[in-house]
Design a binder for this molecule. Sequence first.
Ligand code: KG4
Ligand code: ZN
Length: 334
Amino acid sequence: MSEYILGIETSCDETAAAIIKDGTKIVSNVVASQIESHQRFGGVVPEIASRHHVEQITLVLEEAFVKADLTIDDIDAIAVTEGPGLVGALLVGVNAAKGLAYAHQKPLIGVHHIAGHIYANRLEKEFAFPLLALVVSGGHTELILMRGHGEFEIIGETRDDAAGEAYDKVARTLELPYPGGPKIDTLAHQGEETIDFPRAWLEDDSFDFSFSGLKSAVINTLHNGKQKGLSLKQEDVAASFQASVVDVLTEKTYRAAKQFDVKQVIVAGGVAANKGLRYAMEQKFKSETSMELLFPPLSLCTDNAAMIAAAGSIAYQQGHRASWDLNANPGLGL
Ligand code: KG4
Ligand code: ZN
C-alpha cells in the first residue's frame, strides 16, 4: 500500500500545498506566489501575506487534489509548517491543516520549515548519513549535521543576517526589485570581481557565518563611489558581492564536511538556487572529495509544500503526531 502525505506551507509569502507518495515522489505540487504584491514595498509585508494566504489556501489545496487525481480519503497524514516564520502567515496553514485533519480524522504532523528545506533533497535522492546540510534562505544560514532521519544538530549559524537577507538588502541598495537574490545572481554573471569585499571567516574553528559587515561594505562602497562621482558597474558590484558570499559558504561547508567526515553534503533553501554557489560547490567537492553533493531542483529550492510533505513523511514513519492544540510557532527551534 502506498503512503500519501498532504503537505501545507504558508510560513512566508508562498501559499503552497502538495501531495507526495511514499516519501519521495511528487504527485502534485502547487505554489501560489505573492511576490508581486510585496514587490512595491521592497520586501514581505506580514499583514498582506496573511490576507493572501487566507484568500489562496482553499484554492491551492483544491488544485493539489485535482492535479493528483486523489481525494482526502486517499491521504494518510497531513503535514504542515508550524514554524519558524511570520505568525499570521503560519496560522493560516496550521488552521487549514487542523480543520482538514479533524474533519476527516487524519493524523496531523507539525514540520519545522528548515527540516522541510533539507528534505526537499530527498525528493531527488535517498539520504546517506552522516550528512551535512547547508541551509541558506531568506531567514536562515545554518550548517546542520544529520546522523539519521529527523536528527538535526546545528554546528554553525549566522550571527547576524541570513545569506538571502544580505542578497535582498544589497539588491535594494542597487535599486533592484524584491527578491533581489536571483537578480544579483544574473548580474554577477555579467560582471567581474573588481572590488575586494571582506570575507568574515570568524574564529579558525568556527562554522558560524556573518554577512552584515559585507552588506555594510557594499553599501559604503556604493555611497562613496557616488560621492566621488565614480561610476561603479552594477554587474561588477554584484559579481564582487557574490564572490564573497560564495567563498565563505563553500569554504566553511567544505571544512565542516571534512571534520565530520560526512557521506553527503546537501544544499537547501532559496539561495541554493544560486548559480555561482552551485558552480563553486561542485568545483570544490568534486575535485577535492568523494562526498556526494546534492542540490534540489530549482523549483524546490524556494518555499514549497512538497518539501514539507517529504519531511512530514519521515516524521509520520517515526510515529510523530501533533495534538489538536498544534499552534503556529514563529520562533520554533530545530
Ligand atoms: O527559502 P526561501 O524561499 O524563503 C525562506 O525560507 O527565506 O528563500 C528566499 C530567499 C530570498 O532571500 C531570495 O533572494 C533568495 O532566497 N534567492 C536567491 C536566489 N534565488 C532565491 N539568492 C541568491 N541567488 C539566487 N539565485
Ligand atoms: Zn524557506
